[in-house]
Design a protein around this ligand. Structure first.
Ligand code: FAD
Length: 395
């Protein structure tokens, strides 16, 4: 049985599974794959070496692949660099993995954020203004894939993240708002597992990488809820991107590479206004239904606090590359929440919605990661089910 396993409307969303797979394959995935390769989207500003506020560091990384490698200096956009007086010492260029192309560039300063606001996001725990400890990571050189990070350290992070979820508030899980945080986190967790399965180290001796469909089945497919939550999270983030279309269309994508920057802008326009996407799935998620009723505002504040805690826990991820992608994707989710739950372009404090440059980078890279996961599940799911599934049929 190779027919579609998931039918009907994605729970709490406005499009069906078949449509999501189709628009992802025909529009979203091809566009996003191009967009994230352009300079504006491939450099992510991040503080990777923060102390974990909750537990002593007990990173459990087996592979060197855990380490983050950053962009080669000559690849770095000129406008991202400090204008003067910042000659790098050779010490600054020491790579964690000893590869010359993997140098850490610490020459970034606030100029990078030319035209972009440093505005607080009430959903996240970021402290973007502390530039001295920030580095830029070339995301293209640091793919999210198997790293060997596992055991009690990884488990403790996931446990803490799920403890912050809505069920603490409402064990019955009846109302939509109270389920949403859980579904977003679970969807992200599924996506991370899918990326591990899609790029797995099959043979350490020969350094052979490939797909691990048994892992895909064991961690994701055998739990239909995890697949549903992946689709939900994808549509939720997609909705936030389309809702912020006007803002994103006019954003400043300048990195000092006129041709590449223009292409970035054009591709973003295409993504935001694609006719096929707009007709097939005009409103992937209806945020207007949320936080209604008397307890709505208080509920949203509680959810905001919980999400901020989840964001803080990311500093405790004991593997550098997992921490990079964990921080990026949680920032991306926080940005989606900020966009969706600001009224008429105004944030909660009444100010017009403003996004940080890093938030836009995180949002689009998150959408791309989710799009890759949905594609992989759609394409490889049936084979994995056939090979490893005991029960074949609808969820
Ligand atoms: P885990 O994935 O650790 O799951 C723990 C428990 O959570 C499961 O037993 C189950 O009860 C529950 N659970 C699992 N999936 C879901 C879901 N979708 N929805 C709801 N509940 C679920 N490893 C890498 O190799 N590469 C990475 O890039 C990477 N990034 C990570 C980023 C973060 C933020 C974290 C916390 C971990 C990351 N890891 C990464 C580790 C990876 O996620 C797993 O923790 C690890 O592979 C061990 O897997 P596991 O089988 O023990 O189950």
């Amino acid at each position: 049985q190779d027919g579609p396993k998931y039918h009907g409307i994605v729970e709490d969303c406005c499009c069906d599974y078949e449509t999501v797979d189709r628009i992802n394959e025909e529009v979203l995935n091809p566009l996003l794959q191009q967009i994230v390769k352009y300079p504006f989207f491939r450099y992510f500003k991040v503080k990777l070496w923060c102390d974990c506020p909750f537990w002593p560091d007990d990173g459990m990384c087996r592979l060197r692949d855990c380490s983050v490698c950053e962009c080669p200096e000559n690849e770095f956009p000129e406008t991202f660099r400090k204008p003067s007086g910042s000659v790098l010492s050779s010490d600054d260029l020491v790579c964690q993995e000893g590869k010359p192309e993997a140098t850490v560039d610490r020459t970034i300063d606030a100029k990078t954020f030319k035209g972009w606001m440093e505005v607080d996001n009430p959903w996240t725990n970021d402290d973007e203004t502390d530039n001295a400890e920030m580095t830029y990571v070339n995301l293209q050189l640091n793919p999210e894939r198997y790293t060997g990070y596992s055991g009690p350290s990884a488990r403790r992070i996931w446990d803490a993240v799920y403890l912050e979820n809505c069920q603490k508030l409402d064990p019955s899980g009846e109302c939509q708002e109270r389920r949403i945080l859980y579904k977003l986190i679970s969807g992200l967790h599924s996506s991370i597992s899918v990326h591990i399965a899609a790029e797995y180290l099959l043979d350490e001796k020969t350094n052979t990488w490939g797909q691990n469909l048994s892992l895909l089945y064991d961690r994701v497919l055998r739990y239909p809820d995890r697949v549903r939550n992946l689709y939900f999270t994808f549509l939720f983030v997609l909705r936030s991107v389309t809702k912020a279309a006007d803002y994103l269309e006019q954003a400043d994508y300048d990195t000092g590479n006129p041709v590449e920057d223009l292409n970035t802008q054009l591709l973003m326009k295409k993504l935001l206004h694609d006719h096929k996407l707009q007709t097939a799935c005009p409103k992937p998620f209806d945020e207007a239904k949320m936080w209604k009723g008397q307890s709505g505002p208080e509920l949203m504040k509680q959810t905001q606090r919980q999400f901020r805690n989840i964001s803080a826990v990311m500093d405790c991820v004991g593997c550098e590359k997992c921490r990079l992608w964990g921080k990026l994707q949680i920032l991306g989710l926080g940005t989606a929440l900020k966009i969706l739950f600001s009224e008429n372009g105004q944030d909660q404090s009444g100010l017009r919605l403003q996004l940080q440059r890093n938030e836009v980078i995180a949002l689009i890279n998150l959408l791309n990661r989710l799009s890759e996961s949905v594609k992989f599940v759609h394409e490889m799911g049936p084979s994995a089910e056939r090979m490893f599934g005991k029960i074949i049929g609808g969820p």
